[in-house]
Structures are given as structure tokens and as C-alpha cells.
Design a protein around this ligand. Structure first.
Ligand SMILES: Cc1cc2nc3c(=O)[nH]c(=O)nc-3n(C[C@H](O)[C@H](O)[C@H](O)COP(=O)(O)O)c2cc1C
Length: 340
């Protein structure tokens, strides 16, 4: 019974994501980066490579956690993996909770590693309340380079069948991080990581945080559409804008690898993310929408053009590589400035 709820939920998340209409701001619009009209650079020499989870990747862009577990999810993971392989960028699978109990679902996740091969970067995904054994099991399925553990209290609380008790999760994270050799990424699912939370995570040994702020996929709205008992539309605005979360988490330490996600759509979002503290960006909703509405070629074209425009913008900031780009000065204005 539970298994069926999970399978249906995976499908409904995609269906309701595509129908969602709420619009929160990432606040990247309040970040200002200077244009350099004398860059003294040749586009051919712009190097967008970076290292992530001990492997070299072609661009600081990853396809973030979306799905797995059903035949439909398998098709999505197959297409996204082909894009990840083509452009040599990392890819994370959606929550593998279903795979802990149902071996038949493994293929829909494993296909990602099968397609990207040994040199690709593949990231496992579970809830942060998972046990150490479950984390190892989920990683083994994919021969994963790292695992994302998601924090999603806002989503769970709006979900009719969701969790209501969030005690003990920090201790659990500490235990997992201290026993794992491979990197453990703690991520939100679209409500942002506060500075205070980043400090708590950093103090228990977490070195990778994906801020996943508001401005993109909104799981309060998605779960609200699945929940016919209570109307949650008045709290669709809840959460921390991605740009704010990023700046605040970066202020905790230079020693954290920060992933900027939540509403990343354009090359401007990527350039700004890297200038204000991100090491790379994660995209879920936008690529999923293009894949489902426009097919593989549309999603592939989006990523190809996104990367080309990103490369152009690196040059226009006067930088020739990612390390230089991350040191670019920036200014903040408006709402973002007020909130900082
Ligand atoms: C349909 C869908 C399913 C998702 N499932 C998961 C999941 O299983 N695990 C997870 O950590 N995040 C999941 N996410 C959240 C994304 O990884 C990401 O944190 C969030 O969507 C914000 O990024 P975006 O605005 O680019 O979509 C999902 C997102 C979407 C759109």
C-alpha cells in the first residue's frame, strides 16, 4: 500500500510541478555585476571546467534531484543522463527511499550510472533521517560519487501523509558524515538554508550544502495541490530566496562547497550565483519542464545554449576561468540589501 502511495506521489509531483503557478523571487535580480568592455580575452581560451566530488566537470552546472522509482521516472532519468553525459556535468537522482524496499525500482536509478559511465558524476539522494546503512545501500545502487540528504520539513508538513516529527536529524547527519568517506551534501528542496542552519551543519562536519531556496519549484504548492483538506495557498511565499541563502551560507565559512539551486534558469542566474558565493548551480524544474513539454531535443538545446551564454558572460566579467570568476566583486540592492 505504502509502495503505491510513493509511486503515485512521484508522478503527482511532476504533474503538479508542471501545473504550478506561484512565483517567488530568487532575488538574483538584486545582484549587480559590472560589465567589462576591455576584457583582453579570447572566447576560445575561457575555461569553464571545475572540480566537483573529486572529478573534473566541464561546467559548474548540475542536473539536480528530480525522480526515480517508476517506469516514467526511468525515462526521465535516461534522457537527463544522456544530457549530463553529453556536456560532462553531474547529475543527482530523486529520492531513493522507494529503492530501499523495492528492488524492482533500482533499474530506474541505476540507468543514470549506466549511461554516464565511470567518469560521470552521479549523486544519490535520500531524506536526512535515513540510517547509515540505508545511505550506503543507496550509494551502492549507483556506485555514487556522493549523496544528497534532503531537509524538507515544509514539504512534509503540507503533505497529508508526511512526517510530523523532525527531532534528531542533526545528530543523524553528524553520524552519517563522520562515517562516510564519500561526500555528503545536505540540501533543501526549495525553501532555502538559513545562516543559522548552515552553522549547525558546518559545526557537525558538513562540507557540502545545496541551499535550494525559493524562486523556483515550490513544494508547498505542489503538496497543497495533492492535499484537498486544507488550503495552504496563503503560505506559498514561505522560505528564503536563493540569492539571500547563498550569501548567508557563504558568510559561515569559505570552506563549504556551496551549490546554488532554487529557481536557476538562465546564464545570468549562474554567473551571479558564482560571484556571490556558489561553487556550482543545480537545475531541476526548468530542465524537467522543457524535457516534458518540448522533448529531449528541447532540453538538450536549453543546456547547450545555457553553457554557451555562461561562457560569454564569464568573458564579459573580465575573467578567464571559474576560480577567477568566484572572486568577482558584486553589489546588492533593493530587497536583498534590506534583508542582509
Ligand atoms: C518534480 C520534482 C521532484 C523532486 N524530487 C526531489 C527529491 O526526490 N529529492 C530532493 O532532494 N529534491 C527533489 N526535488 C527538489 C530539487 O532537487 C530542487 O531542490 C528544487 O526543485 C529547487 O530547484 P528548481 O527550482 O531548479 O526546481 C524535486 C524537484 C522537482 C521539480
Amino acid at each position: 500500500m505504502k509502495k503505491d502511495i510513493r509511486r503515485d506521489r512521484k508522478k503527482e509531483h511532476i504533474e503538479y510541478y508542471l501545473k504550478s503557478t506561484s512565483k517567488n523571487k530568487t532575488l538574483f535580480e538584486d545582484v549587480y555585476i559590472e560589465h567589462i568592455s576591455l576584457p583582453e580575452l579570447n572566447l576560445d581560451e575561457i575555461d569553464t571546467k571545475t572540480t566537483f566530488l573529486d572529478k573534473i566537470i566541464e561546467y559548474p552546472i548540475m542536473i539536480n534531484a528530480i525522480t526515480g522509482g517508476t517506469e516514467f521516472s526511468r525515462e526521465i532519468n535516461r534522457d537527463l543522463s544522456n544530457i549530463a553525459k553529453e556536456y560532462h556535468i553531474p547529475i543527482a537522482v530523486g529520492s531513493q527511499t522507494i529503492a530501499l524496499k523495492d528492488k524492482k525500482s533500482h533499474e530506474s536509478f541505476k540507468i543514470v550510472r549506466d549511461i554516464v559511465g565511470k567518469e560521470g558524476v552521479v549523486i544519490a539522494n535520500l531524506n536526512a533521517s535515513a540510517s547509515l546503512d540505508e545511505v550506503k545501500y543507496a550509494m551502492d545502487i549507483l556506485d555514487a560519487d556522493g549523496i544528497q540528504l534532503h531537509l524538507n520539513p515544509a514539504q512534509e508538513l503540507v503533505m497529508k501523509e508526511g512526517d510530523r516529527n523532525f527531532k534528531g536529524i542533526l545528530d543523524n547527519i553528524q553520524n552519517i558524515v563522520s562515517h562516510m568517506e564519500k561526500p555528503v551534501i545536505i540540501k533543501e528542496v526549495g525553501f532555502g538554508i538559513a545562516k543559522e542552519v548552515a552553522e549547525m551543519l558546518y559545526n557537525v562536519g558538513v562540507k557540502y550544502i545545496d541551499v535550494s531556496g525559493i524562486g523556483g519549484t515550490n513544494f508547498i504548492e505542489i503538496e497543497d495541490r495533492r492535499n484537498d483538506q486544507i488550503d495552504f495557498s496563503d503560505i506559498y511565499c514561505w522560505g528564503i530566496p536563493t540569492a539571500l541563502s547563498l550569501i548567508q551560507c557563504r558568510s559561515v565559512s569559505e570552506d563549504i562547497i556551496l551549490i546554488s539551486s532554487g529557481g536557476i534558469k538562465t546564464s545570468i542566474d549562474i554567473i551571479k550565483s558564482l560571484c556571490i558565493g556558489g561553487d556550482l548551480v543545480g537545475i531541476s524544474g526548468e530542465i524537467l519542464r522543457l524535457l516534458i513539454e518540448g522533448g529531449y531535443d528541447r532540453a538538450d538545446k536549453y543546456i547547450k545554449e545555457l553553457m554557451y551564454k555562461f561562457k560569454i558572460l564569464v568573458l564579459l566579467t573580465g575573467n578567464k576561468n571559474i576560480e577567477e570568476l568566484k572572486k568577482t566583486p558584486y553589489k546588492v540592492k533593493g530587497e536583498l540589501k534590506d534583508l542582509l
